[in-house]
Design a protein around this ligand. Structure first.
Ligand SMILES: O=C(O)CCC(=O)C(=O)O
Length: 276
């Protein structure tokens, strides 16, 4: 459950660690069933607003962001007082052309900290052929790279934002995962993923953890779940906890919270593609 000293050193130097075992086969199957039941109820696909702040919709996900198997490595990297800013589903059906262009998340999330960590949990096989994530080692330590909004229709990112210079795919590291495993990367690390040429869907959920002293510098209001320790700063409204999937008592909060994130992500963009 804990990272070794070598893994911590690798995270600091290279910006990523994988694979980390999190859920058992039966736990991950139950999460996938719950997600796919929700997709079936919504015409086969999660509506864009359900892709973000999804821990407010799925009780199992609210439990996963607080699970020691997830949090223990995060605490080793950013300390004991931790907020989970967001949770986002990344789903590529078998044969899908969907991809994610090279990007750094610090350039558009409006968060003040350099220490934000993405933990990406696989709910189905995420191998190279499925379009697993790939990263550019060490890019979290330099200046932010220049991005351009390209709005490619198959790009899963809101604006199709893409690094214009400074990444060379020949040096990329793929991060294949089995269902129930997660990868961890610093949100300043350049990352991308390709189409899914495999036979199963590639389903992942990203969980974005930050130290409690982080501020939101783009949006006027934002929310986060307090998942460990204490929050002396109160810069984010703490998200309520669902008592079951699609808990009617907190659905209005989820709409407000995912809408606030969407406004942050599209801030300054020339078009809103309604992907989140
Ligand atoms: O799932 C993917 O392929 C990309 C995910 C991503 O960009 C992220 O978690 O920040």
């Amino acid at each position: 459950m804990s990272l070794t000293n070598d893994q911590i050193r690798q995270y600091e130097q290279e910006g990523y660690v994988f694979p980390v075992d999190v859920l058992t086969a039966s736990e991950v199957a139950a999460c996938r069933d719950s997600l796919e039941a929700a997709e079936a109820k919504n015409g086969g696909k999660l509506p864009p607003a359900y892709r973000a702040k999804s821990h407010l919709l799925f009780k199992w996900l609210d439990d996963v962001i607080r699970d020691e198997r997830v949090l223990s490595p995060i605490k080793q990297l950013i300390g004991p007082n931790i907020l989970c800013w967001n949770t986002i589903f990344w789903i590529k059906d078998a044969g899908s052309e969907s991809f994610v262009s090279w990007h750094q998340d610090n350039t558009y999330w409006g968060l003040s900290s350099d220490k934000v960590i993405t933990a990406w949990l696989a709910l189905s096989p995420a191998q190279t052929e499925n379009g697993c994530m790939r990263v550019m080692p060490g890019t979290h330590r330099g200046e932010s790279l220049t991005h351009e909004d390209r709005y490619h229709t198959d790009n899963m990112l809101t604006r199709g934002q893409e690094i214009t210079r400074g990444v060379d795919d020949a040096h990329a590291v793929h991060m294949p995962l089995m269902p129930g495993q997660m990868s961890i990367h610093n949100y300043r690390l350049a990352h991308a993923s390709g189409p899914n040429s495999g036979v199963d869907r590639r389903i992942g959920v990203s969980m974005h953890f930050m130290p409690a002293d982080t501020e939101q510098i783009v949006g006027d209001w934002d929310s986060a779940a307090l998942v460990s320790g204490e929050d002396k700063f109160q810069a984010f409204e703490h998200t309520p906890r669902p008592t079951r999937d699609f808990d009617p008592a907190i659905m209005a909060f989820q709409v407000k919270a995912s809408d606030a994130v969407s406004q942050i992500l599209y801030n300054g963009a020339t078009a809103n593609t309604a992907k989140l």
